[in-house]
Design a protein around this ligand. Sequence first.
Ligand code: C5P
Length: 193
Amino acid sequence: MPFTIAIDGPAASGKGTIARALARHFGFAHLDTGLLYRAVGAMGGDPVAAARALVPSDLDRDDLRSAEAGQAASRVAAIPEVRAALIDFQRRFARTEPGAVLDGRDIGTVICPEAELKLYVTANDAVRARRRALELGDDEVRILGELRERDARDAARAVAPMRPAKDALLLDTSEMAIDEAVAHAIASAKEAG
Ligand code: C5P
């Protein structure tokens, strides 16, 4: 049986960095599920048709990281048929041997409720805006507004809203260096295994 790690949390909380580091540490596959929604949003046209036609190479576009792509992703992510079209791919990925790390918003609650480890990663708004502004070379105040808007939409939607699974471990990275957050996550995975 593969070992599945589900990591959820708001934008720029550090979940992607932690997911990549866990995958590297344990030799697991990693899927950034936000890229699926970003790719669907970036395709334009009918988002449901785009989600149904999505192929892995669509995730390689380099314009998917921008704040605009994040906003477009969060709009299409509220459409139930878009989410439904992406479930099988994510669940199949979660069964990769010897293990898989998936990060997103609904991994612990909807996609992999049976995951061996569920983490919910948070950080305060100011820290998240600073991190993302550094990463994108963009203005911190603009980014803060964008993150808040996206988080509000992601948490309020009717289908698969962003929230921690009941049995998720909460990891607040506001006061942590990234190495420290990664060390916490690795220790939690070892305990779960
Ligand atoms: O994680 P990232 O910021 O790239 O995600 C972009 C958007 O995709 C999120 O704001 C959210 O609306 C959506 N998303 C989602 N469910 C996931 C991953 C991302 O709804 N599992």
